[in-house]
Design a protein around this ligand. Sequence first.
Ligand SMILES: NC(=O)c1ccc[n+]([C@@H]2O[C@H](COP(=O)([O-])OP(=O)(O)OC[C@H]3O[C@@H](n4cnc5c(N)ncnc54)[C@H](O)[C@@H]3O)[C@@H](O)[C@H]2O)c1
Length: 344
Amino acid sequence: MKNFLVTGGAGFIGSHVVEYLLKEGNRVVVLDNFHDFYDYQVKLRNIGDAVGFHLIPKSDSKDSDILSFAKEIKTESFELIYGDIRDQELLEILFKKENFDMVIHLAALAGVRPSIDNPLEYESVNVKGTMVLWEICKKYKVNKFICASSSSVYGNNKKTPFKETDIVDFAISPYAATKKSTEVLGHVYHKLYDIDMLQLRFFTVYGPRQRPDLAIHKFTHLIDNGKEIPFYGDGDTARDYTYIEDIIDGISKSIIYLIDHDNVYEVINLGESEVVSLIEMIATIEYFLDKKAEINRLPMQPGDVLITNADITKAKEMLAYNPKTTFKQGIEKFIDWYKEHTQI
Ligand SMILES: NC(=O)c1ccc[n+]([C@@H]2O[C@H](COP(=O)([O-])OP(=O)(O)OC[C@H]3O[C@@H](n4cnc5c(N)ncnc54)[C@H](O)[C@@H]3O)[C@@H](O)[C@H]2O)c1
């Protein structure tokens, strides 16, 4: 049994990581501030579903709901801490008490377009917050660290598929720039303080509990409710969508790799390596919802990249990463989940 800190563990990817780690018999501490980027009740449900606890409080107070939930859900192997990764005093108390074997750092302000409206907050959470974590890891000698990066660092890279060795100096959103910055800073902490680190570049992740702001979830909700979907550009934009179970396969193998190896710093793509256009994405949702989409054509949005496409050779060779879910299979599973849950 190992002791993990999962930052952002109440979010989409984080809650699946928590579920996986608990199933494997580990102890898990989640640190999450339930940022208002989306409804805190959705995040309580994520964590509840991950640990098999289904009593979600609902009062007028976010703080009291989260605190009472955290109290109820606490066990020997699981604890939810309601707090900010930038809170140095809180981290000091936490790291003094816990003897963490590894940090899986998923807390961030995600989302490309909102980062254009709010670049300073993105920088503060994603860059400063990550450095605060490394400072405390350095002090308490926690030297195994997995960090969430993003395919957005590739910007409008002309060459596809995107490989880890491609130059990524041309970010086109503040969000992408924060992720590139933490890759660079991570190397500094690895070199100076021996923190073994994997920087995982996730390619548009989807599946049960997907963030409500992300296109697949948002479009499913709009189509299901007979509302128009915003259709940016001519429909040729394309994404390498990665099903959540495949991302968890990549993260679980990253954990094993970090435990088995020392002196590690690597950047690794985790994608599906199947590229799906916007038009195909909408058609697949329509098919499994058995409803037609109403389309509102709009110009391309600033910050949005044209295509993402992962070269996953490195992940396959280094980690034995083995993504299996086709887009059709993944959307079918997502829509099954969507139908069973209260939406957004
Ligand atoms: N979902 C994707 O397709 C995708 C793609 C590439 C990279 N990523 C990265 O993966 C990670 C997880 O993404 P997600 O989709 O699960 O997002 P999410 O928003 O569902 O999860 C992030 C969690 O971090 C928490 N958080 C935000 N600021 C915090 C702070 N200051 N202190 C503590 N907690 C804080 C939020 O409350 C949230 O629960 C992020 O780092 C994101 O940038 C996601």
